[in-house]
Design a protein around this ligand. Structure first.
Ligand SMILES: NC(=O)CC[C@H](N)C(=O)O
Length: 220
């Protein structure tokens, strides 16, 4: 199982992702600087980490979405590779249109930073299978632009195609239909605002994020 983590100027969850991948999957990821156009050839999983890429200037994720590394990310997604975009990573994935919709300023205008309960909408996906019968997990959120929006047709399509991966139990940011994470048409690209890599059972408290990396390990 080969993984890579993309590092932008302003990424601040790249190390957490590195630790989670190393600890849960047993192999350290390649850390790929955004100016590198190419990801390692045979990589199975690419993580687009959370943070404040380019200082969130213009719109969160908008500048990162135009980095040289995005060409490699598109090629990886086009050939059916797995992609996990967390928080700023989710914003980058919508800005590149690898996932539909957009993340707007939180409805309450506050930066929200706390443990958040999530409902798992589908337990048979490559990202959630290890959760088995569990319907709810709690992992951290930390963002000011997490308010997911899309037009009604897109929301209906996401729901109809079973592409809503997680919903908030108690909506923290105004997201349409309580959506916290969605997957691509082929189910291999997941974007989510909450941070599974910050809940793998270490000093940070909580281990509910582990299941995501365990699921990916068995899918790959
Ligand atoms: N933790 C994060 O990735 C934050 C994402 C983005 N900078 C926001 O605040 O919305």
């Amino acid at each position: 199982m080969k993984s890579a983590v993309i590092v932008f100027p302003g990424s601040n969850c790249d190390r957490d992702a590195q630790t989670a991948l190393t600890e849960v999957m047993g192999t350290p990821p390649a850390m790929v600087w955004h100016k590198d156009g190419n990801l390692p050839d045979d990589v199975d999983l690419v993580v687009v980490p959370g943070g404040f890429s380019y200082g969130d200037y213009l719109r969160c994720g908008a500048m990162a979405a135009n980095s040289p590394v995005i060409e490699g990310l598109r090629r990886h997604a086009d050939r059916g590779g797995y992609v996990l975009g967390v928080c700023n990573g989710f914003q980058v994935l919508t800005e590149t249109q690898l996932l539909p919709g957009a993340l707007l300023r939180n409805a309450g205008l506050d930066f929200v930073c706390r443990p958040q309960a999530l409902r798992i909408e589908s337990s048979n996906s490559a990202f959630t299978s290890a959760y088995g019968d569990r319907k709810e997990i709690t992992i951290p959120i930390a963002h000011h632009d997490g308010n997911f929006v899309a037009d009604e047709d897109t929301l209906d399509r996401l729901e109809g195609e079973g592409r809503v991966a997680f919903r908030y139990s108690g909506n923290p940011n105004g997201s349409a239909r309580d959506i916290a994470g969605i997957v691509s048409e082929n189910g291999r690209v997941l974007g989510m605002m909450p941070h599974p890599e910050r809940a793998i059972g270490g000093h940070e408290g909580g281990a509910d994020g582990r299941g995501m990396f365990e699921s990916l390990l068995s899918a790959i």
